[in-house]
Each structure stands twice: as C-alpha cells, then as structure tokens.
Design a binder for this molecule. Structure first.
Ligand SMILES: [Zn+2]
Length: 618
C-alpha cells in the first residue's frame, strides 16, 4: 500500500473555504472525536496554523502543548506559539486563559469549539518540526496541543494548503489523501510526517512491506543501494528477534549538506538524517543508524520501561533504563550489522575497542553509573555536563554492558543462551503481554530467567554501580583480551560533543593550550571545521590532523557571536584499548566466538565439545 498523496488544486481551494468555516468534512463525519487541521499556507514565513475542533462536552477544557518529545530534553515548544484563540460553533469568540507556559484553558465550549493557534517551525532534523519552501517535516508533538481530558481518545488529522506538487508520507492510517487518523494522541505524535517532493521506493522483506522516503538531492544518494542495504538490515533484525510486529514500516531519510546525523525511532517508522558528504563516501553512516533505529521498534517502543509510561509531556520523564533502551539498542545495532554482513569481525572488534576507549578515557566512569547517566539524560543540552569528569554516555556504557551481559549469559549457560534469547524473552514476556518492564530489575529478571544464573553482582557493580569492568574476565571465553596501547595523538586543545543531531558544542578547552589562546571557549558551538559544516564526521577530521597542522573553526556563542579561529594543533600521549587474540585460543573459545559474532547461541555440537577451563566471567 502506498500512502503518499497529492492534493489537487481544486481540493485545495475547497479546503481554503472550509477551513474558515465550521467543521470541515471529516469533523462532520465524526463529531464525537477531536480533529486537527494543520495549514501549510505560509512556508516562506515557517508558520503553521493549527485548528483543533473540539466536540460538544464539558463547558471548560484545557489544552496542553508538550514541553518535550523525541529528545530527552525539555525544549518548551510553546516558545514558538505566536497566539491562541477560540470560537464556538457559530463563530463567536470564546475565552482563552493561559494557565502556564504550555497550557491553555478554554471556557464556554459545551457546544463544541474551534481552537486556533499559529506556531513557528523552522528546526531541521528528525527530532524537530520544519516548514519551508522546500518541504515540511513534523514531529507532531511539537505543533499539536492535546485536550488534557481526551489524550487517549481517537483523533483525526488533516493537512491543508499543501503547496502544489507536494506529497504526504507518514505511518499514520489514512482515510483519504490528506486525512489521517490515530487511536490516541500518543500514537499520533509517534508518527513523523514528511510533506514535499520526495522520492519513494517500496519493498517487501520478511513478510513486511517497507516504504523508503528520501528527501535529498538526487546526486547525493543511490536509492537502489539504500534499498539493498535495508533488505539486509530488516531481514537480519527480524530473524534475530524471530518477530515482525508490524505490516508496514516507513523509513524517512534526509541527507542535508550541513550538520546532520541522527535518527528518531517510532513504533512503525523512523526518521533519519545523514550528512550528504558522509553518504557519498560510504553507506556505513546510514546503515549503522538505520540498524539502531529499526531495532528500537522492539527495544523502547514495545519492550518498554515502566518509567517511560505513561509519557509525561509536561515535565521530565525520569528513567534509569536508558543504558538498556539506548545502549543495548546499540549492542543490537552491532549484532544486526554482523548478521547482515555489513560489518566483519575485524571491524566489529575495532569498534568495540573504540567504545572501551571512550568509556575508560572519561574519569566519570568511576563516579557516574549507567543508571545515573540515564537519569541525567535531561542535562545533555548543557555544555558543562559533557565534560569527561562529569558524565559518561549511557549509549557508550550501555552498549558495552549489552556485550558483557551477552558474554556473561553465554558463560553461565555454557553457550546455550545469549543476549538474543534475553531480548526474545523480554519481547515475549513484556511486549507481547502488554507489560512494561521494571527498569534494570526487569532486564535482570529476563537475563536470569534465560541463563538460570544469579546476575545480582553484574547489575550491582556495573549497572547501578561504578566498579571498573574487568574486560579480560568477560572476553576470555571468546579467546580475546583487551590491550592498552599508548600512542601519541594530535591534540587540538579541546573536546566537543554533539547531542543527537544537535550542533557540536565545546565541552573542554585545555588550559594554556593554543586553542584557549586563540579564543575558543567552553560552550561555543562549532559551525564549521576546516571550511566544512560540522557534523558526525568532524571527529574523524580532527583525528586526521597531524601535530603542527593548522585547524580552522568557525564558532558561535551567545555572548561573542560568530567568529573564525585558527591555531596550530599539538600532541599528547594517550591510551587506546584494542581487542587482541589470547596467546592461545582454544577450539572451544573459537566456537564461542563464532556464535557470539553471529549473535546466536551455540549449536548442540559446539556445546558438547567441552566446557571446562575457560571463561569465568561474572
Ligand atoms: Zn536510540
């Protein structure tokens, strides 16, 4: 089924008239439910006008605009709301009272009402909302208020004043070209919407139908190659989970020339941005993030921590489980790519070494646990928080914990069980039964049910605690050890990090460094590096410089505005961690490794070839 539509000129004219008057067609047909009309009449001004049709009911109702969605960050979308008005079904104005910065009370609505507001949307990326002359992309939670008393009721949504030639792509169910419906508000805002002149290629795989929507310059990508990679990712993930909990799934891609990189997961879709230059170099930037976001359709969308439900759109939704929901999704990203043949053993072990290096280099791995890092996700918009002595990443440590848990489960079960069985157990016992899991305790329950081992100390020491992870104890069972390799590296005099697809922000400037003397400040946003827009690949670009090379950055800050800085990079000693073969790898360790790199438990023959004397990972 193809859900992209084009609106004829006549219908658009009809909608112009209808939107000024009372309940348009869809609302008249279902007067009992709340309906939205989103007008795209002002793309040049980036202004969206929203009408909410409230059915007859209570005399007073409240409307809430979420303060966060997609990113675990309070972003106060109401800052972009220019005005809010309301009228009754005869067109008489109704009283609108702002209760707090994101909530409005409408009175006199017993006979039904139309609430209207204007909102400015011009933020690119999969977590945001944007309307311009090129396209519209909506994270709907950013633009649609919900009636506080009807968040769980079915809703209708219609887009109007769509520019000529634009189509609509969204996983939402459609009743006709420009009209969509959702079972409730949560489902509505879990559905990204792309409206524009995009390319689409659909395919079937593993029994499911897949839509691939690409809004980018056609010179920057090869649709056939993307679809071929998606076939492999989808097949690998579905076979790994032995499940396909959807009929249709939609991939929405943008390949911007500027800063990009990041994806947002949804239950039936994902929206992903990859920098156009990175796309031209290889598909790896796309396949990694795609495997990650696709696996989220299980882990976090269906295998979901209790602490994220019900979603609280009015304030922070604290959870200790992001090390699992995000980090172990990254572990799965690796497993899926291995199974899909998109990563080989050497590349995978190199990547694991990089992850260990990243964790070990942050002194905060001894002070902030994986659970605390999850709780503190809400601080990630702040520059200071990214300092290596302040925080670790729950993506980074969580991915490694997923690998260690996999090895521990294999060890405890003599190779008969693995992370795959743990995830399948959680899918069967939580997701399929409509239950949420009890954060880390729920993960532990699953891992213990599968391995029949007591994993208390694993969770106490490494998940809730900040004990050093004894890497070699875990990796021994697959014939590997972790080697600390000292090397001389280029030192640009600062570290910078990116928050999801957000800008690169300077976290640390080394005291007395050339970077400091050049005027670089903590909190500066890096706009360009070496004349190119800063993005995901900037880190590699920096790493590729040699001591003595000149680095040129364009930075921006609230206080000092935009400025260009240049300085010569220096060098320093640092330790990298690499995975190496043990001096002697036994047949049994080798068999365990082969199964581990397939993401599978060992076959019966592998298991009976002897189990004594190897890994004693706890
Ligand atoms: Zn994720």
């Amino acid at each position: 089924m193809n859900l992209s539509f084009r609106l004829s000129r006549t219908l658009r004219l009809a909608l112009c008239v209808a939107s000024l008057a009372l309940p348009s067609k869809s609302i008249a047909q279902s007067p009992a439910s709340v309906a939205y009309e989103v007008s795209l009449s002002s793309p040049e001004q980036h202004l969206v006008e929203v009408q909410i049709f409230l059915p007859a009911g209570a005399a007073q109702r409240e409307l809430q605009l979420p303060v966060w969605n997609a990113l675990y960050q309070v972003r106060d979308f109401s800052q972009f709301v220019n005005w809010v008005r309301a009228k009754d079904r005869s067109g008489h104005p109704l009283s609108v009272r702002e209760l707090d910065k994101s909530r409005w009370q409408i009175s006199g609505v017993e006979g039904g009402a139309i609430v209207e507001y204007q909102i400015y949307v011009d933020s690119p990326g999969p977590f945001n909302a944007q309307l311009n002359t090129h396209h519209a992309f909506f994270n709907l939670a950013q633009i649609l208020m919900y009636p506080v008393d009807a968040r769980s009721a079915p809703l209708n949504l219609r887009f109007s004043h769509i520019p000529e030639g634009w189509h609509i792509a969204t996983p939402l169910a459609s009743s006709s070209g420009d009209e969509f419906s959702a079972a409730n508000y949560d489902r509505l805002v879990d559905s990204p919407v792309e409206i524009g002149n995009f390319q689409e290629s659909d395919f079937d795989e593993s029994g499911g139908h897949f839509r691939v929507i690409v809004d980018a310059d056609s010179a920057d990508y090869d649709m056939a190659k993307i679809v071929a990679a998606l076939h492999k990712i989808v097949a690998a993930a579905a076979s790994w989970m032995n499940d396909r909990p959807f009929d249709t799934y939609t991939f929405i891609y943008h390949f911007p020339r500027g800063p990009a990189g990041g994806g947002m997961e949804h239950a039936f879709s994902t929206a992903i941005d990859v920098n156009a230059d990175a796309m031209k170099q290889s598909l790896r930037a796309l396949t990694g993030v795609t495997a990650h976001e696709f696996f989220h359709l299980w882990n976090v969308k269906r295998i979901r921590p209790q602490t994220l439900e019900p979603i609280d759109y009015t304030k922070e939704n604290y959870t200790r489980a992001l090390w699992f929901s995000e980090g172990v999704t990254s572990t799965a990203e690796g497993a899926i790519q291995l199974r899909a043949g998109l990563l080989d053993e050497k590349q995978y072990l190199y990547r694991l070494g990089e992850q260990i290096t990243e964790l070990e280099r942050r002194p905060a791995h001894l002070t902030q646990s994986a659970e605390e890092s999850s709780l503190d996700a809400w601080l990630e918009g702040e520059g200071y928080y990214h300092r290596p002595d302040r925080s670790i990443s729950y993506y980074n440590k969580g991915e490694l914990l997923g690998v260690m848990l996999d090895l521990a489960v294999r060890d405890a079960s003599h190779g008969q069980e693995s992370l795959r069985e743990v995830l399948q157990w959680m899918n069967a016992n939580y997701a399929k039964k409509g239950r949420f899991f009890n954060d880390s305790a729920g993960v532990r329950a699953a891992a213990e049910a599968v391995s029949h081992a007591d994993l208390a100390s694993f969770f106490k020491n490494y998940v809730a605690g900040t004990e050093e992870i004894p890497w070699d104890d875990f990796f021994r069972s697959v014939g590997l050890r972790v080697e600390a390799v000292p090397n001389t590296v280029t030192d640009a005099g600062f570290t910078a990090s990116r928050n999801f697809d957000g800008p690169m922000s300077v976290g640390v400037v080394t005291s007395g460094s050339a970077a400091e003397n050049a005027g670089l400040q903590v909190g500066d946003t890096i706009v360009e590096l070496q004349g190119r827009a800063a993005g995901r690949e900037s880190r590699e670009e920096l790493a590729g410089l040699n001591p003595g090379d000149t680095v040129t950055v364009k930075v921006q800050s609230r206080r000092a505005g935009e400025r260009e800085l240049k300085w010569k990079v220096g060098s320093r000693q640092e330790i990298s961690y690499e995975l190496k073969d043990l001096d002697q790898v036994t047949a049994q360790q080798q068999a365990r490794r082969v199964a581990w790199l397939k993401g599978e438990a060992q076959s019966a023959t592998d298991r009976t070839s002897g189990t004594a004397g190897t890994g004693t990972a706890k």
